[in-house]
Design a binder for this molecule. Structure first.
Ligand SMILES: [Zn+2]
Length: 308
């Protein structure tokens, strides 16, 4: 056996680590890259700042290595997937960026919600996005909104009366938003301008919002609320069904609707979403004791015994 062969058998084959992938992302974001990668860096930066990493992985691919990083970013609500091809010695070979189109990993697939969570709206609503898969729920690619619901009102199949150029044209606009369960308000945002329909500014995801702590490790977030409509403050105790705000069109929202999700901490930037197991509601005319609304459902709160 030659000396060279002996050496090659003793030295492990080089393989890039996650840290190498991260270093390339940092370099692309800082524009510290070779000219041929400046365009990729620019594309990454155009989606705004990175709020959090949803998942990352390094895998081998025909003797080269692929680093895939899915992130929540400030200018695109559904998350971005960045894929970098690296050589065995961790040089950047090529890369792509595209909207995330798969479900974020979750440790809560079999979780049973303890809070008696109810639909936080009066009257009848349509589920625009809801459910567990990315096909039926475009929130699913981002960890905190993994199981979130977007709710709007429709009449004769349309969410607006007329052309829908003004927020006032939409049936959902200004409808009361209710506390989904008993709890304590942990954060509030109430000063963000509502958007003109179909014009979405980047930089702010949920717009005006209320986060409520319910039972241990269960927090609800209600977002895109109407500016100035939030009538609770951090520290306030709220009871299930109490009116706390009105439906608006703030943050990354193209038309007035309510965004509603449950999560495991009070800070959405670090939280993981929990399944939306609502109790005591009506789906397409049928009573539901406990269940998860899905895309296309028409939902309403079931009247409580006290009100019947
Ligand atoms: Zn939403």
């Amino acid at each position: 056996m030659s000396f060279a062969l002996l050496i090659s058998l003793c030295v492990a084959q080089p393989a890039p680590s996650l840290a190498d992938g991260r270093a390339h992302i940092d370099a692309l974001r800082a524009n510290r890259v070779a000219p041929e990668f400046e365009k990729l860096g620019g594309a990454i930066r155009s989606y705004g700042v990175e709020w959090k990493v949803i998942s990352e992985a390094m895998s081998e691919e025909d003797g080269q290595f692929r680093y895939v990083r899915t992130v929540a970013v400030s200018n695109w609500a559904r998350g971005m997937r960045i894929s970098l091809l690296l050589s065995p010695d961790a040089r950047l070979l090529s890369g792509t960026i595209e909207p995330a189109k798969s479900e974020a990993p979750t440790m809560y697939g079999a979780y049973r919600v303890q809070t008696k969570l109810r639909l936080p709206l009066e009257e009848e609503w349509s589920v625009l996005w809801g459910g567990r898969t990315w096909d039926e729920n475009r929130h699913a690619s981002v960890s905190d909104m993994r199981f979130a619901l977007d709710l709007l009102q429709r009449k004769k199949g349309s969410s607006a009366d007329g052309r829908g150029r003004r927020n006032e044209d939409y049936y959902a606009w200004n409808q009361p938003v209710l506390a989904p369960a008993d709890g304590v308000v942990v954060s509030v945002e109430n000063k963000i301008e509502d958007n003109v329909p179909n014009r979405v500014p980047g930089g702010n995801l949920y717009g005006n919002l209320v986060v409520i702590r319910h039972l241990d490790g269960e927090y609800s977030l209600l977002g895109h609320l109407k500016k100035g409509s939030v009538n609770v403050e951090p520290g306030d105790r709220v009871s299930s069904g109490q009116r706390i705000a009105r439906v608006g069109n703030s943050g990354m929202s193209t038309e007035p609707h309510l965004h509603f999700h449950l999560m495991d901490t009070g800070d959405w930037k670090t939280a993981h979403g929990l399944p939306m197991q609502l109790v005591d509601w009506v789906r397409n005319g049928a009573q539901v004791e406990r269940g998860e609304p899905r895309r296309g459902d028409v939902v309403s709160k079931r009247a409580t015994a006290a009100r019947r």
